[in-house]
Design a protein around this ligand. Structure first.
Ligand code: NG1
Ligand code: ZN
Length: 532
């Protein structure tokens, strides 16, 4: 039961006085040393969230994704495998900052009153964690909170972030019409690999895909998944799978390294014809890359994945004779201008632009029959609306070609992790499309050429003074700054630049793109100077 005396007495003291916790885009995230006290509060918060939702199972994931190994973090997963409902974020922040038992109980009372929570409803929580050395300690702190709050909880152990999202959805939909799958790790592997086999049926296998797992949890999990796929169907070579040597996680490898540095990890020798990809530390992001004959590095990022998925699904829907299903794409301001142009002008699909953060993309994508969403950094997935799923399931084929298209569409709905971006699932999606089309990375890359772009991080004294509008593409504060940016941008061909405060780091990000590399760098530099 919900034991207020225990909650008050077992509180874990703040590790560092004066440290302010914020539940941001990626939950709580910081150096692991200050997070024990937060985990305790998160255990209580997850319990309250479950009670509020009539005992539905809530997920807790302990990870700091692509951050350095000494960091850690935690986020809550809602019953359908989505991110925690946004209105709860401020309460999460309040709980985390309560530094004594009395303040904590007051913060809890406030949540209970605000959401009219019946504390007698039994709560269910599941949790998992990545490979970081700080996880075992933080798990204990979480368990201390769950225990004090009286939740029924299950430790799912080492998992990728998207696996936990999958599990949460499976548990909550079990036995219903939209049962999502078997709520086990094996169930996840079986669902994805069976769908992949169907999607590539009758097509020759592609060459080996080299997968950089960032020395994180993706490595052991991908190895496990491969046991469920015949090597005649998919050939994978795992690189950077050292999850035991301290200091290796995300170090000079992984999706964030590749996207930021626009080059392959030094640990991979890559020659023309090689096909490579990189996951991030918790395997919810992926980017692909290759080098051309003349040795030029070519990145196939989230924008390229979105373009590939949107074109393939649009084509299948048409071949299946169900053009009533409309495909749309959701991007953020960081999407390359060329990708937006390709989607709207070449594919003629609607594109919406939303604020940074998966929750914004996810919710916008739900508005389409098939909503493809990807951040340029490689986080994304595809959502099929209940109506679209039903159409795909019930439509009757009139020709063998239609039958084939319907079977493939149906396989994609199973292959894609529709709860959240998933490096393993997205990897299989891309491989299924490329296998189906018998395409090389070069052919995939032909869709459009990225405009040169630059992302600069500027450390300022107070990033909170930067307020934006129009999906973060324009500043409203500090007053006058946007006009100065606009007049700079006007001087460059195909110029575009915007400034926003990071939600995960204490810095301001400046993005710029223009027709040439020199112009882009110049624009980024000048805008950064305005901000500084
Ligand atoms: P911030 O720090 O708010 O820019 C970063 C990424 C997001 C998203 C979040 C969550 C960029 C420019 N921003 O957000 O896309 O992945 O982290 O991890 O890549
Ligand atoms: Zn991640």
């Amino acid at each position: 039961s919900f034991d207020t005396a225990a909650i008050k007495n077992n509180i874990i003291a703040h590790e560092k006085q004066g440290f302010v916790y914020t539940y941001g885009t990626a939950g709580f995230r910081s150096n692991a040393e200050v997070l024990g006290s937060v985990m305790y509060k998160v255990g209580i918060l997850a319990t309250l969230r479950s009670k509020k939702l009539n005992g539905s199972t809530i997920g807790v994931m302990i990870t700091a994704s692509h951050n350095p190994e000494e960091d850690n973090g935690v986020k809550l997963v809602d019953p359908r495998g989505e991110m925690l409902e946004q209105s709860w974020e401020v309460y999460a922040t309040k709980l985390a900052n309560a530094n004594d038992g009395e303040t904590l109980l007051n913060a809890i009372d406030e949540i209970v009153a605000q959401y009219k929570i019946d504390l007698d409803i039994p709560a269910n929580v599941i949790y998992a964690y990545d490979t970081r050395p700080s996880c075992p300690h933080l798990v204990k702190c979480l368990e201390q909170g769950l225990e004090a709050a009286g939740a029924k909880s299950t430790n799912f152990g080492l998992k990728t972030t998207p696996m936990l999202h999958y599990l949460v959805r499976c548990i909550n939909t079990a036995g219903t019409n939209d049962a999502y799958g078997e709520a086990t790790e094996e169930g996840y592997y079986k669902k994805l690999t069976a769908a992949f086999a169907t999607a590539v049926k009758g097509k020759p296998r592609l060459s080996t895909l080299h997968v950089d797992c960032a020395n994180g949890v993706g490595a052991p999990k991908l190895r496990e998944l491969l046991k469920f796929i015949a090597p005649e169907i998919l050939s994978v070579d795992i690189v950077n799978e050292d999850t035991t040597t301290v200091g290796q996680l995300n170090k000079n490898c992984g999706a964030d390294f590749v996207k930021t540095n626009q080059r392959a990890p030094p640990s991979i020798t890559i020659t023309a014809g090689d096909r490579c990809c990189s996951y991030d530390g918790d395997a919810d992001r992926i980017v692909f890359y290759y080098v051309t004959e003349d040795g030029t590095f070519r990145l196939l990022d989230g924008d390229k994945i979105a373009g590939l998925a949107a074109s393939f699904i649009t084509e299948l829907v048409h071949e299946a004779g169900i053009d009533s299903i409309k495909v749309g794409v959701v991007q953020t301001a960081y999407a390359n201008g060329s990708s937006t142009n390709y989607l709207t002008k070449v594919l003629s699909v609607p594109v919406s632009c939303v604020s940074t953060g998966v929750k914004h993309l996810h919710h916008e994508a739900e508005k389409y029959d098939v909503g493809v969403y990807f951040e340029a950094n490689g986080h994304g997935t595809v959502l099929f609306s209940p109506d679209a799923l039903n159409t795909i399931k019930t439509v009757e084929a009139k020709t063998p070609a239609q039958k084939q298209a319907i079977a493939q569409l149906s396989a994609l709905t199973e292959l894609i992790n529709q709860t959240v971006g998933d490096a393993i699932s997205d990897m299989l999606l891309v491989e299924a499309i490329l296998t189906s089309r018998q395409w090389s990375f070069e052919e995939w890359d032909q869709a459009y050429t990225d405009l040169p772009n630059r992302l600069v991080k500027v450390v300022v004294s107070d990033r909170h003074i930067f307020k934006t509008t129009n999906a973060e593409r324009q500043l409203v504060e500090p007053a006058g700054l946007q006009a100065e940016i606009d007049s700079l941008v006007a001087k460059y061909s195909n110029g575009r630049s915007f400034v926003r405060a990071s939600g995960t780091e204490d810095a301001v990000r400046v993005y710029a793109e223009a027709a040439t590399r020199a112009e882009t760098d110049d624009l980024a530099f000048k805008v950064a100077q305005l901000v500084y």
